[in-house]
Write a protein that binds this ligand. Sequence first.
Ligand SMILES: Cc1ncc(COP(=O)(O)O)c(C=O)c1O
Length: 383
Amino acid sequence: MITTAKRLDIIEEYYFSSKLREVRQLASEGKPIINMGIGSPDLKPSQAVIDAVVLAMQDENAHQYQSYQGLPELRQGMADFYQNNFQVALNPASEILPLMGSKEGIMHISLAFLNEEDQVLIPNPGYPTYTSVTNLVGAVPVFYDLKENNNWEPDFEALEKLDLSKVKIMWIGYPHMPTGASGSLELFSRLVAFAKKHNILLVNDNPYSFVLNDNPMSLLQVEGAKDVALELNSLSKTFNMAGWRVGMVLGNAACIDAVLKVKSNMDSGMFYGIQKGAIEALKSEKSWFESMNAIYRKRRILTEQLAEKLGCKVYKEGVGLFVWAKLPDGITSAENFINDILYDKSIFITPGTIFGSNGEGYIRFALCVNEEKVQEAILRITN
Ligand SMILES: Cc1ncc(COP(=O)(O)O)c(C=O)c1O
């Protein structure tokens, strides 16, 4: 038997990778599964985006390796997107790097900045990839609490009490996944000040700004943020392009350069047609966001009803692609709760525990199923 690397001993297969295998198996056995687990938009990108990629196939250089930094027009498109939506000015030559998905960016950033034994501040609850990537590169996760009674924001007093001498990176993500907490510019300002004080690279993971959110924000709006911060963004949720794998990292030029050093040794550029489609998506007018949000708004209302039928209490202030809900009193295991619903009602919901120990007692519904299916789920729970 060939032994695997030690780094595999401290991580597990990604929850959705294994759980969705089980869900697919149930579906193949004929169970009428309604999958409200993963945040993979079911809606299509705009027709202009699809046309752009089809047209690009005929371009002369379409099938060759592409630039490690992406097409200049793509970087310009990302700069314009940030200028128009967040009033943040970025130099497309030095402060923006297109990525093949922002999930991959978490690995690139970690490889660029972390040595073994360096520590990383990770939100609990938070996106599980921050922890697994930290472990994969041999660094040490240090979890900081996000609690409902503090609106799922960090407790700065508690943070200041930690020994921060070995902390190199702090992951944040507002709008927050899984809870939907929106954060605020004031919070971002405090976080930038904290990062500066302790010489920590602050990274905001920001894929949900444009879903059911009246006030899209960027960490880079804070004055001086570029001194210590990077932001990840993604076309996955904003433009229904999750499978295309297009993201970006923006901010401090020296940090972007370090990320490019890693990334250019890992991939050989993003497919030309995908870049052309992404350029088109980034040009979308406000009406694109409004039309998507009109659909998500109706789904959210129904999904809240479903959660309430299950006896859960919805976090109403939540923005983004998910509904986050507290389990009824007396229920001690979110995983048992969702498994019972999966096996009895063929509805798959994500247990809060996969996002960290503070997710115990909560569940997360993705708004990626159509209204008819949510109504069907409500009926199944009622009957
Ligand atoms: C908080 C968060 N960050 C990053 C990602 C990854 O997005 P992408 O498709 O750009 O890799 C996700 C996807 O679900 C997410 O929820």
